[in-house]
Ligand binder design. Structure first.
Ligand code: NAG
Ligand code: NAG
Ligand code: NAG
Ligand code: NAG
Ligand code: NAG
Ligand code: NAG
Ligand code: NAG
Ligand code: NAG
Ligand code: NAG
Ligand code: NAG
Length: 754
């Protein structure tokens, strides 16, 4: 049962207070001190404080134990008139941190709160609504946070600091906790009147708690959710060996050593070609300047020239020939570098990318980053920027944001469908499998109608076709998910062979409930399959979504995956004719995806394990878990986070972060080579230049060199036919999407291979 304690506190008006020289932690709405993880928080209404509060507020306390997080969130102070906290401080730089954790404030509705916040003359917040801001952030980062921390830093050149809450007429302000931290010296921010911390990340490592950051009590988050493709980078660490390089330029003021002890480098070795940048994307407020502080420490090499790279900020080269070893003056030495970037009024993202110094430098290319901070710099005394309000509940569901309003109407809902977990099939021994998936970074464009339709189908099921199975039926069909019936597994969960209606064999895909990826892919797949019916697309018979089970029932494809007939050995190899026919079938399926629906659909994960063969070896394209609606007619691409499987990934998609149907064409080209060569698309056991099938095959002088031995031995083997087939693959693999054929053209060419 929830209840609320309201007490009106009468504070002593002004009395002389001591100048602040130590960090001050204030727990608002509370009359006693508590100590949490090494910090003592004084109640704002406990006696003898070192600050004054200019007016009586209302203290609110959440019902005991309703707030699971930090105990400082248990209380808040509410102001329905302008109120200031006044501090007497020595001249210097200060961090101001404000904690907002709305709860049931009784007669005040937190959802209706709206206020401005000022620190001396600097405007920090304008018409701020904490629940709406939390919802907005959750929607952008696909999270479900219930609190918000805002951090500012400013230089106080008077002897007084006044933090003033100014409620909008008829509304009110609230705050749960407030921190004021003297920032030791001016090293931290040499020359700016006001700064807001947007991001503070420990790259390649865990979250660092305030209690692990010395006198400044900063929190460093993990960088993973900001990575454009986690798989493009590899995390390394070397603990307890890093030191600060010079007493002046790099000290704990900038970052704790923990930040420097972990890093991301370009994906280790050879599996993924190093022509890919390692990229991070951040949402920022338009029309401000940003200070980007990058933290580095070389953790592996003990001489210069081992890792030389280029840094890009918003597509512009920020540094070339960057050698951390040289700049830091050795191995395991902390070093940081600042950049300033002006963000124009139409831009709301900031990209930090590390790339090879020059494409020709080949295998020597590598890069490294240990930490990143992004600070917004005030403009004309203002730091405030209002985001659209999204309720926290809505935020969780949408898991995306409406992008640029004029270009992307109602895109948020459409994004919920497109937002899917990463399904890259990685070679686990070589690449780190990371548990969390990065969120899709941008919303696809969508017509309002389309977005609304998708949204309603997500929340109701109205658009779902096919039979609805009960959990009991599914359990009978799979003998209670008997492990012996498992015929496949992936990021989404497991696939079972099952029997329904006395003897009809089906494939039953059961989403792993623990995996958010599973849930999203399940929704996407139902959505896609409900829209699509085609002979060459695996068809869905029905689904089951009761009692927390999410199950899809498909027609059973007796001959399994195309890959199992090329490699693996447990199934007979296909003849040349069968291989060509299978490719034609798959091409028909993909052509239909690209052109058959009102809006093109991009499969995004075309590979030989997603092409299934029925009892007559007819091919069908399966697995729409990653699929995405294609660009609207007036646009040529969909911007999105990289999803898909290595070895099949379109390099242009990786480079430009733009998804088109031509990305499927590229992946299909890799499948064609697989069909000819019958070798894995990535084989890490081979010498570097042979690891990637696409790279290797295209460098061979003729098709003769790469063709599967079993085909050569086939009666009536036609080298001409194989050569024509390889030519088609080559066309599909053109570096630039616009030079690749369409799926329709590929189909026509394949039909003429004979
Ligand atoms: C402090 O607040 C609690 C309720 O939160 C109240 O019971 C207690 O009497 C207060 N103590 C003082 C000294 O005001
Ligand atoms: C502010 O809130 C207090 C307590 O609920 C109330 O007595 C007072 O009238 C309010 N003042 C304004 C200006 O709304
Ligand atoms: C704010 O509104 C949401 C619904 O939009 C509701 O779930 C939530 O309880 C409200 N929060 C408060 C503190 O009243
Ligand atoms: C957020 O969601 C996770 C699981 O998705 C859950 O464990 C956690 O308790 C949730 N946090 C809050 C504050 O609701
Ligand atoms: C304090 O700083 C503000 C701007 O940051 C400036 O306008 C003002 O002149 C400064 N005052 C003193 C006493 O230096
Ligand atoms: C890399 O990150 C993962 C997950 O974030 C972690 O489990 C692993 O220990 C890290 N590896 C290193 C070398 O730090
Ligand atoms: C500190 O950094 C400045 C510029 O960033 C540079 O000029 C100076 O040489 C550095 N000092 C030391 C001791 O590294
Ligand atoms: C970490 O650094 C120390 C000191 O330079 C070195 O001996 C050790 O090999 C490094 N460890 C790794 C994993 O690179
Ligand atoms: C890396 O990113 C920069 C800036 O966005 C871009 O110009 C460059 O082509 C990219 N390099 C690679 C190898 O993708
Ligand atoms: C950087 O390049 C990407 C991809 O080409 C583009 O989407 C983005 O808008 C560019 N950013 C800026 C600031 O130009």
């Amino acid at each position: 049962m929830e209840f609320i304690v309201l007490l009106v506190v009468f504070l002593p008006s002004l009395f002389l207070v001591e100048a602040l020289t130590k960090p001050l932690f204030i727990n608002c709405g509370c009359n006693s001190s508590i100590t949490v993880e090494g910090r003592q928080w004084v109640g704002d209404s406990s006696p003898g404080q070192s600050f004054t509060l200019s007016s009586v507020g209302v203290a609110a306390a959440a019902a005991a134990s309703t707030i699971a997080e930090d105990p400082i969130y248990q209380t808040a102070r509410i102001f329905n008139t302008s109120t200031s906290f006044d501090f007497t401080v020595p001249h210097g730089n200060y961090f101001i941190r404000l904690h907002f954790r709305p709860f049931d404030f009784g007669s005040f509705d937190a959802n209706g709160s709206s206020f401005d916040l000022l620190a001396n003359d600097l405007k920090l917040l304008s018409k701020f609504n904490a629940p709406g801001e939390i919802g907005w952030k959750n929607a952008r980062s696909n999270s479900n946070a219930s609190s918000l921390l805002k951090e500012y830093s400013l230089c106080v050149n008077l002897t007084q600091l006044r933090i003033e809450f100014v409620p909008e007429l008829g509304s009110f302000a609230f705050v749960n906790a407030l921190e004021l931290i003297p920032a030791v010296d001016e090293l931290l921010f040499p020359s700016s009147s006001g700064i807001e911390t947007m991001y503070r990340l420990n790259v390649g490592g865990r979250e660092i708690k305030p209690s692990e950051d010395g006198a400044l009590w900063r929190k460093w988050n993990s960088d993973e959710q900001f990575m454009f493709s986690v798989n493009a980078a590899y995390n390394i660490s070397n603990t307890s060996t890093v030191t600060y390089s010079s007493p002046i330029n790099d000290t704990a003021v900038f970052a704790p050593l923990l930040v420097y002890e972990t890093a991301r480098t370009m994906t280790d070795n050879q599996v993924v070609e190093r022509r890919f940048n390692v990229s991070w994307r951040f949402d920022v407020d338009p029309n401000f300047d940003y200070l980007i502080r990058l933290h580095f420490s070389e953790l592996v090499y003990d001489k210069p020239n081992q890792r030389i790279f280029r840094i890009y900020i918003n597509n512009k080269t920020a540094a070339e020939n960057f050698d951390v070893f040289v700049r830091a003056g050795g191995k395991n030495k902390a070093y940081h570098q600042d950049y300033v970037e002006a963000i124009s009024p139409k831009v709301d993202s900031l990209w930090v990318q590390l790339g090879p110094n020059s494409l020709s430098s080949g295998s020597g290319a590598d890069a490294l980053l240990n930490g990143v901070e992004i600070f917004k710099l005030s403009r004309n005394g203002i730091l405030a920027h209002a985001h659209p309000r999204i309720s926290a509940a809505q935020g969780n569901k949408i898991a995306q944001k409406p992008k640029n309003k004029t270009l992307w109407p109602a895109a948020a809902a459409a994004a919920a469908v497109g937002l899917v977990g990463i399904a890259s099939l990685l070679y686990v021994g070589l690449l780190h499998r990371l548990k969390k998936t990065p969120p899709a970074k941008k919303s696809p464009p969508g017509s309002t109608k389309n977005a609304a339709a998708i949204k309603s189908s997500l929340s109701s099921n109205k658009n779902r076709v096919g039979r609805r199975f009960s959990v009991a039926e599914i359990k009978i069909a799979t003998r209670n998910f008997d492990e012996e019936l498992v015929i496949g597994a992936g990021g989404f969960g497991k696939v079972y062979r099952g029997e329904i209606n006395e003897g009809v064999t089906v494939a039953i895909k059961r989403a792993n409930r623990q995996s958010e990826q599973g849930v999203r892919e399940f929704e996407t797949e139902i959505e896609m399959l409900s829209k699509l019916r085609h002979r060459h697309l695996a068809s869905m018979i029905g689904f089951c979504d009761e009692q927390g089970e999410m199950v899809l029932v498909y027609e059973y494809m007796a001959n399994g995956t195309l890959r199992s007939h090329l490699l693996g050995g447990d199934r007979p190899a296909l003849t040349w004719r069968q291989r060509v026919e299978a490719c034609i079938g798959a091409a028909r399926g993909l052509h239909y995806l690209h052109t058959g629906a009102e809006r093109a659909i991009i499969h995004r994960d075309v590979k030989s394990t997603n092409i299934l063969l029925d009892e007559n070896f007819m091919a069908k394209v399966a697995d729409f878990g990653l699929s995405k609606d294609g660009p609207a007619v007036d646009r040529t691409h969909v911007s999105t986070a990289v999803k898909g499987s290595f070895g099949y990934l379109d390099p242009e998609y990786f480079r430009r972060q733009q998804l088109t149907e031509k990305s499927d064409v590229y992946s299909f080209g890799v499948v064609l080579l697989e069909v000819v060569c019958a070798r894995p698309v990535i084989d890490p056991s081979l010498p570097r230049e042979q690891i990637s099938l696409a790279e290797w095959a295209l460098q061979q002088p003729s098709a003769e060199q790469i063709v599967d031995q079993r085909l050569k031995e086939e009666e009536g083997f036609s080298p001409e036919s194989v050569a024509r087939f390889v030519e088609i693959a080559e066309k599909c693999l053109a570096d630039e999407g616009k030079r690749r054929p369409t799926m329709g053209e590929v189909l026509w060419l394949l039909e003429n291979v004979s």
